[in-house]
Design a protein. Structure first.
Length: 114
């Protein structure tokens, strides 16, 4: 949604994915990461694996500048419920009728806040 570059989406989705989960969606996301792009500039502070009840995976991440953010990846209806622009996103989602895997990124203004 919006003007997010495909490479940025790929990196963020990869940060909220794990090879060891052997989940086909996670494996496809990680495989789609360009070979010259690495996740080494990011530190995963906390990782919450996918749970069927929540229908989402969350990762709290810190970049090399010390900025913290949370990436939530999951079912579109769950992500829409968390989104600040849900009406706009929902409109596009229902208009296209595609099946989406969605991401939401929350930036922390206070580095100590989780």
């Amino acid at each position: 949604m919006g003007n997010t570059a495909p490479e940025a989406l790929s990196i963020n989705a990869s940060l909220a994915s794990r090879n060891e989960n052997e989940d086909p969606i996670d494996l496809a996301i990680i495989a789609g990461l360009k070979p010259d792009r690495s996740l080494k500039d990011y530190n995963i502070i906390h990782f919450q694996p996918f749970e069927p009840v929540d229908k989402r995976t969350e990762a709290t991440v810190e970049n090399i500048n010390g900025d913290r953010f949370k990436i939530t990846k999951g079912a579109t209806q769950i992500i829409l419920a968390l989104s600040s622009n849900a009406d706009r996103a929902r409109s596009q989602y229902y208009r296209t009728r595609f099946c989406y895997l969605s991401l939401i990124i929350k930036l922390y203004h206070d580095r100590n806040k989780q």
